[in-house]
Design a protein around this ligand. Sequence first.
Ligand code: ZN
Length: 160
Amino acid sequence: MKIDANKVVAINYTLKSDDGTVLDSSEGKSPLPYIQGTGQLIPGLEKELEGKEVGEKMDIVIAPAEAYGEVNKEMVFDVSKEGFRGNEELKVGMQVEVEMDKGKSIAAVTKIEDDNVTLDLNHPLAGMTLHFNVEIMEVRKASEEELSHGHVHGPGGHQH
Ligand code: ZN
């Protein structure tokens, strides 16, 4: 069975950056299940998996535009430390929840200078070329129930 829209696919994967650092991996976990064509994976990965079958192994390189996007400089901004009252442990590299117009978002603290804190709302993998090593472990038709819920049921998916 080939991978196309509304198939449940389970993959084992390792994700590396340009310099070979492992960013994420399914190793030691159950294969990652998703429904093809629903935007659960980044666009570049769905595109490369389309038409493939169980047992295929692939090395896939995905440019930022087809992954988590380019870094948007407008999503990097400075705020006053005052806004973090009660949070004494503010450190570069930590993630904080910030109140935005559209609700809460997660931002990374990228710089602290005197009373000034620089926050970055970009996805941590924005601007990065991603190197995936993927093995297709399962391909099956999604059930009506899975399609109406918009997610996979069973191992590695939702249990209900
Ligand atoms: Zn469900």
